[in-house]
Design a protein around this ligand. Structure first.
Ligand SMILES: N[C@@H](CCC(=O)N[C@@H](CS)C(=O)NCC(=O)O)C(=O)O
Length: 216
């Protein structure tokens, strides 16, 4: 599909847990878009064209005409806010419900993604670039496991989704972090396995995973 057919909506990036988040919300909302399948650590995020769009030189980025948005969580929340109404995917607006939604989003992005998974990625997969750091690695693995148990306790009181009855963008962010933990052999509580199975059975997730295949 061309950018014009897609109403000038372009998603940049493929093949990472962060690009999966953007693809997943696009699939949930069945929105048209053009997919520019640039990959990480390939030099494709460093071109002058892409750097103009996203000075961070990271994927994903969403482009709608002259509006450009980076940060996978911001992309999920923007698309859910602008197009989620018909499918019950708009983030809540009542202050306390919105605060609960934000809590899950920030928890996933900070406690799970930045604070633990990315530390593991840097010092395990990319240790030649970032150096060996066994203590930091162990602390990150233990930290994820501890926070996963905290999340499981919260889920037991709500469920089937993180906000209760309704699937939302917060589930997209949380589930992609659980994927990262499983890939790295981190044990998850049974509640989170069952939750993840429920959420990843969604047709939109299945489509997004296919589309996110680096060589697909
Ligand atoms: N906080 C950002 C992180 C994005 C990020 O770190 N992307 C990595 C791939 S997962 C990247 O593009 N790195 C630059 C490169 O590898 O060329 C988000 O959630 O979108």
């Amino acid at each position: 599909m061309s950018a014009t057919d897609a109403g000038e909506r372009v998603l940049w990036g493929v093949g990472t847990s962060r690009t999966l988040r953007a693809l997943w919300i696009l699939q949930e909302l069945e929105l048209p878009y053009e997919h520019r399948r640039i990959t990480s650590r390939s030099g494709e995020t460093l071109t002058p064209e892409y750097t103009r769009l996203n000075p961070s030189q990271k994927i994903p980025a969403l482009q709608e005409g002259d509006f450009v948005l980076s940060e996978s969580a911001a992309i999920v929340n923007y698309l859910a806010t602008t197009h989620g109404a018909a499918r019950g995917l708009c983030p809540p607006t009542a202050p306390r419900e919105r605060a609960r939604y934000d809590q899950w989003c920030f928890f996933s992005m900070m406690e799970l993604d930045a604070n633990t998974l990315y530390v593991i990625r840097k010092h395990e997969d990319l240790h030649q670039l970032y150096g060996e750091a066994p203590n930091a690695l162990q602390a990150a693995r233990d930290g994820f496991a501890r926070q996963a148990h905290a999340a499981a306790r919260r889920l037991t009181h709500s469920g089937p989704y993180v906000l209760g009855e309704n699937f939302s963008g917060a589930d997209i962010l949380f589930t992609t972090c659980l994927n990262g933990a499983l890939r790295r052999g981190i044990e998850l509580p049974q509640t989170l396995h069952a939750y993840r199975q429920r959420v990843t059975a969604r047709a939109a997730y299945q489509r997004a995973s296919q589309l996110n295949q680096r060589d697909g």
